[in-house]
Design a protein around this ligand. Structure first.
Ligand code: 4AD
Ligand code: MG
Length: 429
């Protein structure tokens, strides 16, 4: 007999035999017959137990909630269940018994505090709304991947144990690498660029990035998933187009695959129109000055300032032409105006989702930029070398997958979209 998912039960299957596997969510004992609410990864269904079919009915109804079972039975249309479908069991096998009491309830109307939920993540994920988050994240990434693959990108994997900092010296996790010091990589940036010199032309990578940020906020993790691209013979405008279309394709895939479940949970997703608005860093300063704030050119915006700008742009938009002082050494200065750079952030309201830029491709300018940033180029020999023997102009970006998931699901904390978050105080589970 074939296993079927609860989601796939149909009225047309009336009287046919089915095998269902899952967890006992609830037991209801009546005088003669009893009911189980069986839950699998796709939904719940009522299973009717009759003593004439199930001789050990008392044993079955006595096992603890959340025990794992396999049910074989007859799909029945005119069941008393709300969905109009139930399964009348012919046999029930207990595959594994759950202990009691549960450290976290699955159906409790009042949600446990976040720490208890994360400490018992395996139970938390059995709740349909939590499970849905990770289905959405998976669809989102699949939509982005499909888009990039159809635009001639190839997926690559670069080292996470590295010898040099990518995004500046701070926020690095040190690791002991035999007799040497090494670090956990903050971004695949340098390796993506070396691959451009390797003639691969268009690369993307989905992988962990590590940041030893001390602060605990609702949008920072110490380990996050970075979706990165790099494209040759391209500038920042080409990379921005690729980005807005990748985001659009990701959200389209989420809608195509999950809309029914999302609607069920009251989430109405809209696929965004492209192109996204673009405003410059200097325009943002003007917006803030009109609101009576004075902003020094050359500094990052504070969270309060981004909130103010976000009020004007509540959806996706780009902030472009950031000052050189706040962008890493690899960022291309804007020709004719080198106080600013050919760089951008993709924002959603006040939240940053992506940073990107056209990169410096001239090795002499690159070494100059290292020195301007107070960095010693000799620590980056392996990287600069790739620029000396034929490096194409190139551009790219790095997108925080959790940030994007959090935004499209309108969740208040990045930990909600992270299976096992790593933050200042948490490395378990
Ligand atoms: O802005 P970031 O630091 O830029 C880079 O890593 C560049 N190498 C990207 C490039 O190609 N130029 O990080 C990129 C994105 C951010 O916009 C944010 O979405 C996410 O990664 N991110 C974090 N997400 C969660 N927790 C953190 N601590 C994050 N730090 C960055
Ligand atoms: Mg950034």
């Amino acid at each position: 007999m074939e296993r079927i998912y609860i989601r796939d039960l149909r009225h047309s299957m009336d009287n046919s035999e089915a095998e269902l596997n899952g967890w006992i969510q609830e037991v209801r004992k009546l005088k003669k017959i009893s009911f189980l609410i069986l839950r699998d990864s796709t939904g719940t269904v009522q299973v009717t137990l009759k003593p004439e079919n199930i001789p050990d009915i008392d044993f079955i109804t006595g096992v603890n909630r959340e025990s794992v079972i396999s049910v074989r039975g007859t799909v029945t249309k005119e069941g008393v269940a709300k969905s109009g479908i139930e399964v009348v069991a012919k046999s029930v096998k207990i595959l594994n018994q759950a202990g009691t009491p549960l450290p976290l309830g699955i159906t409790d109307p009042v949600e446990a505090d976040f720490d208890t939920r994360l400490n018992n993540r395996f139970l938390d994920l059995r709740k349909p709304d939590k499970h849905l988050i990770f289905r959405v994240e998976s669809s989102l990434l699949w939509g982005i991947r499909k888009f990039l693959m159809s635009n001639d990108f190839i997926e690559v994997h670069t080292p996470k144990i590295v010898a040099a900092a990518t995004e500046g010296g701070a926020d690095l996790f040190r690791v002991q690498y035999f007799e040497k010091n090494a670090y956990l990589n903050q971004s695949p940036q340098l390796y993506k660029e070396i691959l451009i010199s390797g003639g691969i032309d268009r690369v993307f990578e989905v992988g962990p990035a590590f940041r030893a940020e001390e602060h605990n906020t609702v949008r920072h993790l110490n380990e996050f998933t970075s979706v990165d691209i790099e494209m040759a013979f391209s500038d920042h405008n080409d990379a921005m187009k690729m980005l807005e279309n990748a985001v659009r394709s990701g959200i389209q895939e989420v809608v195509d695959k999950n809309n029914e479940s999302l609607e069920l949970h009251g989430i109405h997703l809209k696929v965004p129109d492209v192109p996204f608005p673009r405003i410059t860093y200097r325009d943002c300063i003007s917006i803030l000055e009109k609101e009576g704030q004075s902003v020094a050119f050359g500094e990052d915006f504070t969270p309060e300032q981004l909130r103010e700008i976000g009020k004007k742009f509540p959806d996706f938009y780009f902030i472009t032409e950031w000052p050189s002082s706040v962008r890493p050494f690899y960022t291309m200065p804007k020709p004719g105006d080198d106080e600013v750079t050919n760089s951008y952030d993709l924002q959603f309201g006040e939240k940053e989702i992506t940073s990107g830029a056209q990169r410096v491709h001239d090795p002499e300018l690159l070494e100059k930029r290292f020195r301007q940033k107070g960095l010693d180029p000799s620590a980056f020999e392996f990287y600069i070398k790739a620029f000396k023997y034929g490096m194409p102009p190139h551009a790219g970006w790095g997108l925080g997958l959790e940030r994007l998931s959090m935004i499209i699901l309108n969740l208040p904390n990045i930990r909600e979209v992270t299976l096992f978050p790593r933050d200042r105080t948490r490395i378990v589970p």
